[in-house]
Design a protein. Sequence first.
Length: 292
Amino acid sequence: MLKLREVAKRFYKKEVGNGRHISFWYDNWSDMGVMHDLLGDRGLIDMGIRKEATLAEAAWSFRRRRRHRTEVLNEVEENLNSVREKLSEGSDDMCLWRGMSSFKSSFSTKETWLNLRTNTMQLKWPRGVWYSMATPRFAFIVWLAMQNRLSTMDRVARWSQGVDVKCVLCNNDVESRDHLFFRCTYSAQLWYSLVGGILGSAYTENWATIVKEVSEGSLNRIPLFCLRYTFHVATYYIWRERNSVKHGEKLMHINMLKKFADKCMRNKLSLVRLKGKKGMEDVLCYWFQSRV
């Protein structure tokens, strides 16, 4: 936190009222910045203003204005003289926080974060991960998969030589993200059973095409939600089954996995319908109609 002190200074300053609650040396009340940062400890001697002085005390003290050899000190004297004319007994000092376009009297976490963050190109794929009514445990696995951060064997082989990189679900190819979802003959059966009726002639097992469809798809609300949620369900169950086999479990028959996934979909869609989400009243009916 202490390392961020210099960053934080840019987001806070004082608006001068009567000057009684503003530190002359340590508050940002001037366009010149914080006086102690500008002049250092030597400035206390050069200016003849005590360390604990408020702005009001510095402005109304009986010290005579000095002429300095250093130009910056003369600028501070001029600044102090200008403030003296603006001090108002009837006005309180005000704390100001930096917003998007100017300083404001109220602090906004959102605007502070937007000011601090580095803007980059907005990605489209998160729409297919974080959406209304998504299940967090499914979405997390999909989020990892989107960034190719799941520990598939092609990635494991990079730091662990000699490992068997073959897909444990089909034993036909190297296990990679794009193979596992859904070019693998095992996972492809689950994928088709879930989305074949939704995508129709647009059905695909290509990862990049699937991601584009769930993120930028032109489907209506109910089909799009069903597509996104089946994508989450299929990704989660395939990854879970892969891990089970990797840890010594017997591979589940694909028909059993299809039943688990379909039941998961029906439970979710029933809940969506019961919650009375606007525009989602026929979601369960649509799911039954789309079954292949």
